[in-house]
Design a protein around this ligand. Sequence first.
Ligand code: AHR
Length: 483
Amino acid sequence: MAYEISVNPSKTVKPVSKYIYGHFTEHLGRCIYGGIYEEGSPLSDHRGFRKDVLEAIKKIKVPILRWPGGNFVSNYHWEDGIGPKDQRPVRFDLAWQQEETNRFGTDEFIEYCREIKAEPYICVNLGTGTLDEALHWLEYCNGKGNTYYAQLRRKYGHPEPYNVKFWGIGNEMYGEWQVGHMTADEYARVAKEYAKWMKVFDPSIKTIAVGCDDHEWNLKVLNQAGDVFDYISYHFYTGSENYYETVSTVYLLEQRLIGLKRLIETSRTKRRNEIKIALDEWNVWYRVMDNKLEEPYDLTDGIFACGVLIMLQRISDIVPIANLAQLVNALGAIHTEKNGIILTPVYKAFELIVNHSGEKLVETIVETETYDIEGKMFYFKTPFKVYDAKLLDATATISEDGKKLYLAVVNYNKDSEIRCPIKIKGCGKKQAKVYVLNGPDIKARNTLEKPNVVDIVEKTTIVDEEFEFTFEPHSCTVIEVER
Ligand code: AHR
């Protein structure tokens, strides 16, 4: 049989980490200014937060938000962004070559996170920054005592500590594009100092080291500094004009994450602590390379995003944190105009999966046809190969109370529907809700004038212990069963 999905809801495999549905906002182009924050806009509230953007963000229940970069952070001095707004200095950002007004800083970021109920994740400056500066930032955020920066936070109207739990120690420090980039040995030495002393100030924080595709870099970091880190990061950008080249890289990403996990295990002989992976930047990015990065996402990109989310549900024990790069405008899931917003197909992928998934992964076996592909990905057309890419992929999750089962299925076939036999062990005959994310064709996009070309359509179907369902071409479907 070419296709079959078998689900055993009573066999809970593992919990799904809630942080895999995370996002990233960087001071890049119009992500912050003109994106989440637009002072003086009739669409903004008294704090300058765009209300339409806030509403959209709340709908996708962002669990963790990374900030302020990205490349930006490697020349960001956080103290420029606190205190009375009119006294904050305007600086030139080397990373994206634009002026930074600093009107959105730490206090505004924390306020934003509280408003959307996201856990803040701050990345510190290892480019032009210092250890002192990072320690002071941590003290400003988490200090409980009578010290200078904790008092400064209180002076600026925030008596309670922010308790920022996640701290990234630098961003992509391996790359020449990064201000102050380093060799692996240099990074491992410096990063260890930062993470070690930051943990002395606040032992409750979780630290994230910079990782990459270079095994040598990763091993050096893990072996020389791994004992003070909880996570190692990995970034993944992909995509091309070719549909299958884009969607097949879900599996390339999966292989790379599993490869990194193996490397972490190899390095473990030298330390006792467990290190997990933070996929803290991922997205499609192949169309634009300027200082705005307003990539116009289409259905192909949305299908890719659905694929990544369900793949992450499967491996969230090894990759408990993931952040889409990025949330608004710059590689943005949401696109803003002066008079409204566009929810891209990538946003729609989050809307579908986040709102129709359970907290526990259950056993799911997928029989599917596969294909092999060689292609080029990302803006720089990096060659890649994927073998046995699945045309149909699925995960099943159940809610914490066990009352709802969610079967999420991606049909990657761009031309044909797939009629698929489905077995759900112990499921009686009943009506179930169905949510389908799709659009007229793989290049379909949403616009201000036509906001729902790519959208989630709700239907119902009859499910049973054994039944058949037809999955539309280039679609992602969730079948939601009450138990
Ligand atoms: O997300 C855009 C950029 O991509 C980030 O600033 C950087 O970390 C990565 O190279």
